[in-house]
Design a protein around this ligand. Structure first.
Ligand code: HEC
Length: 474
């Protein structure tokens, strides 16, 4: 009896669902007269609606980033059984950062979407019990969702023309150079990606192209293919966006963009069955005066050997004399580890103490977890800290995890501190992303993976948004 209503709903039958509208005392959920609900049964009104409001509706609502709403009781019931699976496997809400034995993060994150084990168990039980409505008189106030627009924007830019995304095609990752028209050095204190067509835009990253190298790469459609990177000799990141990401705004800090720079928007298209048009863009908040603090997005990792500033450490499956970045075919739980000791000076300039505002991970399809740890020099506390662990890493849901603390309390990173990045890969057909990448490249079995920019190459990049005091050099 308990399974029947959810099955009926899954099949789109409304017959039993209608019974759920009855709200008599002894049969509050229409679960059947012979099966009264346990007194502690979770109900939509008491337990599920508040959870959906807090953890799902920022995307699953009219006009939100998700393709369907989880707002009304009918909508929740319609999607209940499939939502249960997504919630239990922690594929929804989309969030990769979780504590593990190997990495306990000491900071809270803004807009944290993680569910507790108790919340997951409650949701599963609600589905099992036939998704009862509960006390219909309970009014959970509609939450106020923050605007998805950058309220302080001074400019809005977008692709020159709509881009045609073919239906039934493999994922496409394309770069669109855009001219912000900066005739003098400009400080960007806010940025927000505005996806054009939510049906196909999976994620977007905005890069700075200070030497205007991207213009030479574009084809007739105003874009170029750029799976692993934007292909620029010098670049900096401005923003990484995935559905649900909030506009970025730095309080009294900004990212410097040199005069004449292009901004390159890398868009990950995930086509559906029909062709679609997309015209993604972004909003900027710029200031002409120098802020008190400079913000910078650092991409650290991708070490090939143990000789550079960032050193690859020996690891499993190394074959020769030195460490090598190679993920053998069919290797599961394969790790690549790299270390960087922040030098006192870089390019002749002394490096300052930095505050870490946002952390993120970037790998490709075989990546399943990244850990970023810091070991600080003597006298700095805490001596050891795990900045980020992403045991639920998913290429499709890359995002920046914004640390929820005021500037003086942010984790620090300064000269003499050691940063260690450990990337874990699953290069087996048990990894659905690898299966799909193999199918797309018409290969029948996993292959050895090395560092690179193509679909079946890998990366291991830690993303750090840092803030430091501005100097005369800036
Ligand atoms: C950050 C935005 C966001 C949040 C928060 C979110 N979702 Fe989603 N969800 C999406 C998007 C976008 C999709 C579309 C599928 C895709 O692109 O992978 C989706 C798809 C789904 C699906 C369908 C998956 C399928 O089989 O195609 C279910 C079920 C779901 N979400 C349930 C939930 C539940 C339950 C919550 C809250 C506990 C939640 N989601 C929170 C963005 C979100």
């Amino acid at each position: 009896m308990t399974r029947l209503p959810s099955l009926a709903v899954a099949l789109g039958l409304t017959l039993l669902a209608a019974a759920a509208c009855s709200s008599s005392e002894d049969d509050p959920a229409g679960a059947g007269e012979d099966a009264p609900l346990p007194a502690d049964a979770p109900t939509f009104k008491k337990d599920v609606e508040p959870l959906l409001q807090a953890k799902c509706q920022s995307c699953h609502r009219e006009g939100g980033a998700a393709p369907f709403s989880l707002v009304t009781y009918e909508q929740a019931k319609q999607s209940g059984p499939s939502a249960r699976v997504k919630v239990e496997t922690r594929t929804m809400p989309p969030w990769g950062a979780f504590d593990s034995e190997a990495c306990k993060m000491q900071h809270a994150f803004k807009d944290d979407l993680r569910l507790t084990d108790a919340q997951i168990a409650m949701f599963a039980r609600w589905v099992d019990l036939g998704m009862p409505l509960g006390d219909a008189s309970i009014q959970n106030p509609t939450p106020a969702f923050p605007s998805s627009s950058l309220e302080t924007k001074t400019a809005t830019l977008q692709m020159a023309a709509p881009f045609e995304v073919q239906g039934n095609a493999p994922d496409d990752i394309r770069c669109f150079p855009i001219d912000p028209g900066f005739t003098e050095d400009t400080w960007v204190s806010g940025v927000n990606v505005v996806p054009g067509n939510a049906k196909v835009v999976h994620h977007a990253i905005v890069f700075i192209d200070p030497k205007n190298e991207s213009s030479a790469k574009v084809g007739a459609d105003g874009s170029y293919e750029c799976f692993g990177g934007v292909g620029l000799s010098e670049t900096q990141l401005l923003m990484a966006w995935a559905p649900g990401a909030r506009p970025i705004r730095y309080e009294d800090a900004a990212i410097k963009v040199k005069a004449g720079s292009k901004l390159v928007m890398q868009v990950h298209y995930h086509p559906g069955s029909e062709s679609q048009k997309d015209q993604t863009g972004f909003e900027l908040e710029v200031r002409k005066d120098k802020p008190a603090n400079v913000a910078q997005l650092l991409l650290l990792g991708n070490a090939q050997s143990d000789t550079g500033l960032i050193k690859l450490l020996p690891g499993p499956n190394d074959r020769g004399a030195g460490p090598e970045f190679r993920i053998p075919a069919n290797a599961k739980d394969h790790t690549e580890t790299m270390e960087l000791v922040l030098p006192q000076t870089l390019g002749g300039f002394p490096l300052p103490e930095m505050s870490i505002a946002t952390v993120g991970a970037h790998m490709h399809w075989a990546g399943v977890d990244m850990k970023m740890e810091i070991e600080r020099r003597a006298g700095m506390a805490p001596e050891k800290e795990c900045l980020l662990g992403t045991p639920k890493y998913d290429f499709n849901w890359q995002r920046g995890y914004v640390i929820d603390a005021p500037l003086p309390s942010l984790p620090t990173f300064g000269p003499g501190d050691k940063l260690r990045i450990t990337c874990t890969y699953d290069n087996t057909t048990g990894n659905p992303h690898v299966r799909r990448a193999l199918a797309e490249t018409r290969q029948s079995a996993p292959v050895d993976i090395t560092l690179g920019e193509s679909t079946l190459d890998e990366m291991c990049l830690g993303v750090l948004a840092v803030v430091r005091p501005a100097t005369i050099q800036d």
